[in-house]
Design a protein around this ligand. Sequence first.
Ligand SMILES: [Zn+2]
Length: 340
Amino acid sequence: MRSDDDRGFESDHLPMEFDLPVDISETTFPDIYVGLNIGLLAPGDGIITDRHHASADRYEADDPMNQIAGQISPFTLSGWLRHGCERVHHIAGVTACHPGEPNADFKLKDVYDRDLAAGYHEKGSCDPDRRDGESKFPMPTSTCVVYDLFGGFGHQAGKLIRRPIGFSPIRRHVDVLKGEAEAHYRQLNTHVRSRNEADEGQPLRHATQDAVGNLDGTWRLTLRELRPEYVGLICEAVCYLKSNNDTYSMQLGGSRNFGAGIVHANVINPLYSDAEVRRVYNRAQGPTQSMEKKDELWREGLRDSFVEALQHRLSNEDGELGESLETRSASKENSGGDSK
Ligand SMILES: [Zn+2]
């Protein structure tokens, strides 16, 4: 079936037993497929097209007959997923690594300190090996799971490989096992017109934007190291992103005011075989009995044990999860902000 990599999940660091009830070679691990369905995506420079289908002199950007394929950069996608992962930490009452270096050239002066007060710690400061000196903000007791997955500084690679999504407008060219999607690329042209009557609606400015529409497919993530809490965090983050998908800050890419980047995302059952993952995207076929059985196994138990592993990582020594950082800061505001 898949690779011979039959290393199981590491769980010695957790105060719980973790057993995968099936042979790992029969699952998608170490890959995790996130199913994405996006009406419109406009990630700025984050689209790389492959235009060799038409020679340069015959190419017309707005010709819908152009069958343009390409890639969606993982940078935008990674930031979106990371955002969800940070929120899961905040809900559990713990801070997460800030995505930026403390000495980065931020556009706003006190932005880093404000972020640190709002649920973040300095990037990498949760790693005991990197800690130097004191911080005026509370320090986490162990590395945050965001640090594990997304990495910190040069020497600390993230445990999660975020690949680009390959896309094509032609469904039969799309291989969802490679993390590909059916999607339609267009270059959108906008004119900002003069509001002054004397100008008779003359365009003042012309802007071109790359966008993909009707995206349907998978994003392939790969774990470099198999720890159950990593899977738990990805499941919880995707769930959070899905249920808050029209919240401005949880949308993906640009043009959010225009409804771009509203993502319907779900983790595809890791117990599925290759053929079953493909079948999810075959409109002519519904789920098989075997798939339904695996869904039951996933929903009623296995997913929870991954999340339980995450809760152990996010809880204090007594195994308690903290009060949500968001509720905490909201109640602080309501009580008149007596701090500082
Ligand atoms: Zn951290």
